[in-house]
Design a binder for this molecule. Structure first.
Ligand code: SF4
Length: 299
């Protein structure tokens, strides 16, 4: 995949001047069949835009998108047939007027398959089939959303913060369910999260986004063992050795995407910033078997 996005917003204050937010800027992404690619970043770094572009729910302003060898922007139907997406909040993404059975049946018209899919995600068919989403717990509703996403037997499942809206006790159950399903069905996952521990737990490869840019990409083991980019180093050092913790980014504010800082976008928060970092954007370079965008590794 290769995708970039520039989203136009109307300035809500004046109603006149259009502002442009580069939610993603020259992001190039390749997902290998059968792997779990984790995408880690703070909120507002472009993660959800990436998910929507890959699912062809949003169009990039420029760039190319290829899926299974086909130009995805010209073959949206093909992409939608093979790509499913699970969103953060199942109660917002599931149609509240359909029962659980109808929600799955809408995608897969085989009654036996509907039952199997609900079994697969750990739900009792007879107990849930006639219930509406608002009659389910958050965890049960997310299991239904996962069953619905699997109903078309996708090649790629995009999971956009699938556990963040759930109670802490349920998060681990859903995460383990997703890991088991991936192993059993051998589906490719793009797993988007702001939670470092979740990213570590589930990812084979990891892509770290900062302010719409990829700052580090490589094997998840390598990155967690020895993060190279100062931003990734800050994220990983904020996690205690044991216990699940949400991402606590390095001190300072994430920049505005409307007017990002020149040079390296991380320079106002970087403890190693040099003169060049303030004026020139670092390229994404191969370093120690992974990709890193930082001037520290170009000398
Ligand atoms: Fe820090 Fe400079 Fe590297 Fe950016 S390029 S992360 S400012 S050292």
């Amino acid at each position: 995949y290769y995708a970039s996005s520039k989203i136009g917003l109307l300035d809500r204050l004046t109603g006149k001047k259009p502002l442009f937010v580069k939610a993603l800027d020259d992001v190039s992404i390749t997902i290998n069949e059968g792997e779990v690619l984790g995408v880690l970043g703070e909120s507002g770094c472009g993660k959800t835009t990436l998910a929507k572009i890959l699912a062809t729910l949003e169009k990039p302003t420029y760039g190319e998108l290829y899926f299974m060898g086909k130009n995805a922007l010209k073959n949206e139907e093909f992409v939608r047939k093979h790509v499913s997406i699970v969103f953060q909040n199942p109660l917002l993404s599931l149609n509240p007027r359909l029962t659980v059975e109808e929600l799955i049946y809408e995608v897969n018209k085989n009654k036996e398959e509907v039952k199997k899919l609900l079994d697969l995600v750990g739900l009792n068919y007879d107990y849930v089939k006639d219930k509406y989403p608002n009659e389910l717990s958050g965890g049960q509703a997310q299991r239904v959303a996962i069953a619905r996403a699997l109903a078309k037997n996708p090649s790629l499942l995009i999971l956009d913060e699938p556990t963040s809206a759930l109670d802490a006790s349920v998060q681990a159950q859903i995460l383990n369910l997703l890991i088991d399903l991936q192993k059993e069905l051998k589906i490719t996952y793009l797993f988007i999260t702001h939670n470092i521990s979740v990213a570590k737990y589930i990812s084979d490869r990891l892509m770290v986004l900062y302010a719409g840019k990829v700052v580090e990409e490589g094997s998840a083991n390598d990155i967690f063992e020895k993060p190279l980019h100062p931003y990734t180093q800050g994220l990983i050092s904020s996690v205690p050795k044991f216990g699940v913790k949400d991402l606590r980014p390095p001190s300072g504010e994430a920049p505005s995407l409307i007017n990002p800082p020149p040079g390296c976008r991380f320079h106002p928060r970087c403890p190693f910033a040099m003169q060049i970092c303030k004026v020139k954007e670092p390229p994404l370079l191969e370093v120690e078997g992974r990709k890193v965008a930082c001037w520290l590794y170009t000398r």
